[in-house]
Design a protein around this ligand. Structure first.
Ligand code: C2O
Ligand code: CU
Ligand code: CU
Length: 497
């Protein structure tokens, strides 16, 4: 079927600009791809034909080193079955997966062939924020290159990480257009599985000519959610397995603002970890919530038949009433992938060895306590008089200023931070370099050690975390990982010294 332009889709659907914020994914897909297969009440809508699952290219370290060039440039790629003009690393979307081991040295030559500044962030890696390491203050101008070098500590936690641009003001747009890739830090002892897959989930919107659509200020304030929900750039690809196969899925939520509430009904899921956090033994789960930026390290044991990996709607709140009707993700479930298990049954996979229990900061000595308040405010007549309807996105009342240091921490200490959200929308809070242990989540203390680098702050919620500021000193940032909010100022500077 010939794709219908977004404009026509909008006309046909009788939708206005605000309604596209409110999750048009189901509508767009059903218009663009004909009646979804097997769609009915409660059934996920998806494109009519399901392509074979495709993995991003992989590069792997050898003898403790990985060296590569990443060129950021516009490219023509297939997105959800359509030819699209996107932004790519090395001509692909997602970019190549980097496989590392603890103790490795990673050298990346970033070449900027975009029409605007960019840079590179290795999200979640526990590496130095200084100099040419994970320094978010570096700006690589168009036509220029930059040599990044990162040294992972010998005890770096294994898990799923990712890389993406971090040039303030352009982060959301560049990721929405396709600039992201996975980083895997391998386990010391491998987990017995039949297949390992990397699943990068992103969303974007294409305009009638197949280019990445622009977004309105209203969409940015709400946090843009694309009409296409993609897995490795594909719409609802099919994964094949044998009944009984145990697979390892490394899932990255690379969406700018969309929360992923994932289910794979009829299959057995066990969680090995999220972000750099690990549990001692795999934990059975039915449903997984990944805020933007979160990753899951998941075991899936295939049962015979067909199962759909679905992203269910998640209510992340709405903008204050005066700001419009934008309530993101009001749509139904979306099919992300289909797992088909048939053929001869596989032998039962060997048991997964227990891992040493993670360090617990609940018994640590706390050197300082602070409170960070995330707010959305302003609007007509707000700060600065002539700001018009522009909403302010702040932490402790201030918008981002790279020249100002907001938080100064003594290196080697443990701190306790209380994160307060005074707004009617969720804000997933992210700190670079130093992972956070969840101590209290809206009055509930987790029963085990929960370590994350993105912690969701529910609308009007409050979360307490502890952070060990060890191994690395220097200046870095914390911010909301709804990347439009970060670009609009919901970010602060930390200096550890
Ligand atoms: Cu994934 Cu500062 O970000
Ligand atoms: Cu990060
Ligand atoms: Cu936010």
């Amino acid at each position: 079927m010939r794709p219908i332009s977004r404009r026509n889709a909008l006309l046909l659907g009788g939708l206005g600009a605000t309604a596209t914020v409110a999750g048009g994914a189901g509508l767009w897909w059903s218009l663009a791809s004909g009646p979804p297969q097997g769609a009915g009440p409660g059934q996920p809508a998806g494109p009519a034909s399901s392509p074979d699952f495709r993995s991003p290219a992989e590069v792997r370290s050898a003898d403790g080193r990985l060296e590569l060039t990443l060129e950021a440039a516009p490219g023509r790629v297939e997105l959800g079955g359509r030819q699209a003009g996107a932004l790519c690393y090395n001509g692909t979307l997602p970019g190549p997966t980097l496989r590392l081991r603890p103790g490795d040295e990673l050298s990346i030559r970033l070449i900027n062939n975009l029409g605007e500044p960019t840079n590179l962030h290795v999200h979640g890696l526990h590496v130095s924020p200084q100099g040419n390491a994970d320094n978010p203050f570096v700006a690589v101008l168009p036509g220029q290159g930059f040599d990044y070098r990162y040294r992972l500590p010998a005890d770096h936690p294994p898990g799923v990480y990712w890389y993406h641009p971090h040039h303030h003001g352009m982060v959301a747009g560049q990721i929405f257009a396709g600039l992201y890739g996975a980083i895997i830090v391998e386990d010391a002892e491998s987990v017995p599985v039949s297949t390992e897959r990397v699943l990068l989930v992103s969303d974007t919107t294409l305009d009638g000519s197949g280019n990445i659509a622009g977004v309105s200020l209203m969409e940015r304030m709400a946090g843009r959610e694309g009409e296409l929900l993609l897995l490795n750039g594909q719409s609802n690809p099919t994964l094949t397995a044998r009944p009984g196969d145990r697979e390892r899925w490394r899932i990255v939520n690379a969406c700018v603002a969309r929360f992923l509430r994932l289910r794979l009904d009829g299959q057995q899921m066990q969680l090995l970890g999220m972000d750099s956090g690990r549990s001692a033994d795999p934990e059975p789960v039915d449903e997984l919530l990944l805020a933007p930026g979160n990753r899951a390290d998941l075991l899936v044991t295939a049962a015979a038949g067909e199962a759909v990996l679905q992203a269910l709607p998640y209510d992340r709140g709405a903008m204050p009433a005066m700001m419009g009707r934008g309530r993101p993700q009001a749509g139904g479930p979306v099919a992300l992938a289909t797992l088909r298990a048939d053929g001869e049954a596989a032998a039962t996979a060997a048991a997964v060895a227990s891992r040493p229990p993670p360090e617990d900061l609940r018994t640590a000595t706390v050197a300082a306590r602070r409170q960070l308040v995330l707010s959305m405010g302003g609007g007509p007549g707000g700060r600065g008089g002539g700001m018009g309807p522009m909403m302010q996105f702040t932490i402790n009342g201030r918008g981002y200023d790279e020249a100002r240091t907001d938080t100064t921490v003594a290196s080697g200490t443990v701190e306790e931070w209380t994160l307060v959200n005074t707004s009617p929308m969720d804000h997933p809070f992210h700190l670079h370099v130093w992972p956070m242990q969840l101590i209290d989540d809206n009055g509930r203390a987790p029963g085990s050690v929960v370590v994350r680098d993105v912690v969701n702050l529910r609308a009007n919620g409050r979360v307490t975390v502890r952070i060990a500021f060890r191994d690395f000193a220097g200046r870095s940032v914390y911010h909301c990982h709804i990347l439009d909010h970060e670009d609009l100022g919901m970010m602060g500077v930390i200096e550890v010294r």
